[in-house]
Design a protein around this ligand. Sequence first.
Ligand code: SF4
Length: 142
Amino acid sequence: MSAQLRALLILAIALVRSLLGRLAGKRTGLPVFLENYREDRLPPVDADERDRMPAFSGCVACGRCDRGEGARIAASRGEYPGLMRVVLASSRSMPDYDAAARAIAHVPDEVLDEKEARCPTAVPFRQLFRFIRAKAAASAPG
Ligand code: SF4
């Protein structure tokens, strides 16, 4: 049997199993996702969030958003590493969003307006931070 035919057979068997499972009342979809990934602290992402996510990764590490952040970084006593690190590192791992949410709590919203205007790639700080806060809350132990 060719590899292609074998792959088709495996897919067909999986489809039949899945359909039979649904007919038998087996849970599927979002409830199963939530159950499977709760321990990994990975909440689901909806269609609107998926559309907005590419804009979160436009950082080119120019460092302009970190200008003037020294006092907040020092006052945070290790919680806040600066905006560039939040955008480039902390915001890339959803299971660590609780730490990212603590970091961004050190930056007032009016400062984010100014930083957005300064960013050469228009990283939407406010949108990104709302996303981080929402996902951190959704994955908080319950
Ligand atoms: S200003 Fe924008 S591109 Fe520059 S480091 Fe900050 S987020 Fe990245």
